[in-house]
Write a protein that binds this ligand. Structure first.
Ligand code: GTP
Ligand code: SPV
Ligand code: MN
Length: 598
């Protein structure tokens, strides 16, 4: 009798024929398998044991020094028609792409084991979840996929029932940056990645499947696959409101998802629940609201800057059963990174004796991999097959000037413009220059699997008569003062901003209308116990019509790049805001709000 696994078996045989591994291992996700893999990686040096007393079950992996982040210029979307990938993506014609990468895959697994990893993105019993199979020759990838996804026998059983899965083929190859490609074939629901063992390049369930392929599927099926955290905010009355937030890589998603309320708030009974820290799949429910699941089962988080002060939940979840990649180590063989504490490491991320002359001890994109359930604020709702209802969508980026701490979009269409016009300073999460402001609509620039023009139209299409859509906000934790320091304390104190959003959602507070959206009134934000510099709050909530005119012009020019794929409605919205700004700056030589230097 033909089985729904026939297609899978045939594909695995085809890949093995091409890559010629010594062995093929089907991963079952068991404890015994994990122990066996860890043992062999300790022998090969792929993993190093960390202090078993302070960090039982924790290991360090040092990646190749030229393989430490996502590489966008070799990340390709291979659609038949180049226009379907859009100017936001690097594109290659599918048959040319297959030929190029298949040549690299030829014989590349000789002497190695080929692992077959069946996985499920999302709770195993959720109708929103999707399965995939990753083939890889990296045991480190297997160990990470085991933490980051529901991997093994149960996923294989779901694949057998559904007969449907995303095919992901990966080899570390020779780790030569010149022979590296991360290719996506959304029309074939497949991924081919060669030449990198790092994060989003190699753990194919994450950015490749759950964002690039999934966003493409989501468009045709009427849902959204987004680069967003999902967090539940519990107020003193015990009501939990769920928020999804899109910030670009290394701009604060993990931190916001695990926030610990400031002391006064804790005393009053506020609590934060972590559903997800990086990816969110949202779909309209019968009641018209958007329901979200976190397709992942673990966190692949940025280490530097994580401390008992900034993110105590993260520090607490990292003292057992975690993988650390490219961090430094202390004399006690504890993992260490800049910002953790005031100890001095002995070895840097490359295993050299630590010398500040060589730069930071931990790589700026060094990361931890850990099971979601290890987080003290982990929400059991992360296993809810229906997902959680989303009451607010938050966009945000790193902007040292111009952009206020928080504002609210007037409606869904305006919110889509706010998301589409987002920009942020680049970070170490991707190879290339750091600190350059670039447009990063909905924090999806590196992850949207199709033309952004079509993507904006898809977002706009959710505005249906029966829909109960979330309110849309924009935040900026990263505004700096004249002294170059952040004006806002951030981290736990970000709850003050979330509280304002909740009040707006519940109609419990007014707001100041401006052409860019609704800003908190002077006394709108609870700043009790905050020790802000003189005038800091004014600057943080400052709106300067003239500077925003230039920003809207830049957004208009950027959107024009999508030509006739850009929805007319978004263009009209940009023009509406532009006209309002023109009027505002004409009306007042001195802007309505106190303008502080920024
Ligand atoms: P990816 O995993 O790359 O998608 O990143 P992310 O968006 O989850 O970013 P993460 O929360 O790991 O934060 C990245 C860096 O920003 C860390 O060094 C944090 O310490 C820092 N950071 C996070 N939140 C804040 C904040 O509210 N204020 C300031 N100043 N820094 C922050
Ligand atoms: C990001 O860069 O947004 C990450 C890390 O979350 S990676 O998995 O490498 O994409
Ligand atoms: Mn991310």
């Amino acid at each position: 009798m033909p089985s729904k696994l026939d297609a899978l078996n045939r594909w695995v045989e085809d890949v093995a024929r091409r890559t010629r591994p010594d062995r093929v291992h089907w991963c079952d996700g068991s404890e015994a398998e994990s122990k066996m893999l860890t043992r062999s990686m300790l022998e090969s040096g792929d993993l190093l044991e960390l202090n078993p007393r302070t960090h039982p079950g924790c290991h360090l992996h040092r990646s190749d020094p030229k393989d430490v982040a996502r590489v966008e210029k070799v990340t390709l979307i291979c659609t038949k028609d180049e226009a379907d990938a859009g100017p936001n993506n690097h594109w290659m014609e599918p048959s040319e792409a297959h030929a190029k990468i298949d040549a690299l895959f030829d014989g590349c697994m000789q002497g190695r084991t080929m692992y077959v990893i069946p996985y499920c993105m999302g709770p195993l019993g959720s109708p929103i979840s999707r399965c995939g199979v990753e083939i890889t020759d990296s045991p480190y990838v297997v160990a990470n996929m085991r933490i980051m996804t529901r991997m093994g026998t149960a996923a294989l059983e779901r694949i057998e029932r559904e007969g449907r899965f995303v095919k992901g083929q990966h080899s570390i190859g020779t780790l030569d940056p010149e022979r590296r490609f991360i290719m996506h074939f959304p029309e074939e629901l497949s991924i081919k990645s060669y030449g990198s063992g790092y994060g989003g390049n190699a753990l194919l369930g994450k950015k490749c499947h759950a964002l690039r392929i999934a966003s493409f599927q989501a468009r045709s099926e009427g849902w959204l696959a987004e680069h967003m955290l999902i967090v539940g905010i519990e107020n003193p009355r015990g009501e939990i409101t769920y928020i999804a937030a899109a910030f670009p890589s290394a701009c604060g998603k993990t931190n916001l998802a695990m926030l610990i309320p400031p002391e006064g708030y804790r005393r009053d009974g506020w609590k934060v629940w972590t559903v997800g820290d990086d990816i969110c799949w949202m779909t309209p429910g019968k009641d018209g609201r958007l329901y979200a699941i976190n397709p992942e089962a673990g966190y692949f988080g940025v280490a530097p800057g994580t401390s008992m002060k900034t993110n105590p939940n993260a520090v607490k979840m990292l003292d057992h059963d975690a993988i650390f990649t490219n961090v430094a180590v202390t004399a006690d063989n504890d993992p260490w990174w800049e910002g953790l504490d005031d100890r001095t490491p002995v070895k840097d991320w490359q295993g050299r004796d630590y010398d500040p002359k060589n730069g930071p001890a931990a790589h700026p994109n060094s990361r931890f991999t850990v099971r979601a359930t290890q987080c003290p604020s982990w929400s059991p709702e992360a296993e809810n097959p229906e997902g959680v209802p989303i009451s607010a969508i938050v966009f945000g980026g790193r902007r040292e000037s111009l952009v206020p701490l928080v504002f609210e979009a007037r409606d869904w269409t305006h919110g889509v413009l706010v998301g589409a016009g987002m920009a942020s300073e680049t970070t170490a999460a991707a190879a290339g220059q750091v600190g350059v402001v670039r447009r990063d609509p909905m924090a999806m620039k590196p992850f949207c699997g199709y033309n952004y023009g079509d993507y904006f139209a898809h977002w706009l299409s959710f505005d249906q008569p029966n829909a109960k859509l979330p309110k849309i906000f924009h935040v900026n934790w990263f505004r700096k003062g004249a002294d170059g320091k952040f004006l806002w304390p951030g981290f736990g104190d970000n709850l003050r901003v979330l509280e304002w959003m909740l009040k707006r959602i519940n109609g419990e507070t007014g707001a100041t209308e401006t052409p860019i959206g609704l800003l908190p009134d002077a006394d709108g934000l609870d700043s009790d116990g905050l020790h802000l510099a003189d005038g800091a709050l004014d600057t943080l909530l400052d709106f300067d019509a003239r500077s925003w005119q230039a920003e809207l012009a830049a957004i208009g020019e950027y959107l024009d790049g999508y030509g006739d794929r850009l929805p007319e409605k978004l263009r009209a919205e940009q023009q509406r805001v532009t006209a309002a700004l023109q009027q505002a700056s004409g009306e007042s030589a001195a802007p309505a709000r106190k303008a502080a230097a920024s």
